[in-house]
Design a protein around this ligand. Sequence first.
Ligand code: NI
Length: 227
Amino acid sequence: MLTCIERVLSKEEVGQFRSQLSRADWQDGRSTAGSLAKTAKHNQQLADGSALAQQLGQLILRKLGQHPLFISAALPSKIYPPKFNRYADGGNYGTHVDSALMQLPDSQAVLRSDLSVTLFLAEPEEYEGGELEIEGAFGAQAVKLEAGDLVLYPSSSLHRVAPVTAGARIASFFWIESLVADEAQRSLLFDLDQTIQRLTPALPAGQAELLRLTGIYHNLLRLWARP
Ligand code: NI
């Protein structure tokens, strides 16, 4: 399942991010790729430990922590500190699967990547190409969102970034370990939660069936969540 979430950052916040990133020290992305990904990856990244990456990453995490749709869709247990990349001059990332296990920076903890996230920081009109192409049961889907919007997709999927043939594609990307590892279970919970959210304003508070649906949501979460 792909989930797009709009306006995680306002246009004003995107502007602030972009002005800081325009002065950033971008490095060859291959230096941080795993051995398999090295030959496929042609882009630039901010150094992970850099003050700017940390500062902007924390702003993103703070926004997401208050975002009901993001929490409902991801049910996050751990989030990798957001990274930043830039594709220009034909830059691309060939078809790959993200590593399953990742050591969290400055920690002994390991994150299992259940969901991958791309937060777009450039408007679609600013660059040619650069679609995030994600393979799924119904074929490949090309994703190119407005600046400030993000897409959540299964880390297990084959995906790639199409060559950027004009302009520059700037984005943040990171991974999530979900409380619910199983994609199908997580999708059902999301669907049920969103249905309850939509029914709630239409029904009197404390309505019996709504209470039961809410109970079912929590009892499924109790069965499936592994904190
Ligand atoms: Ni990837």
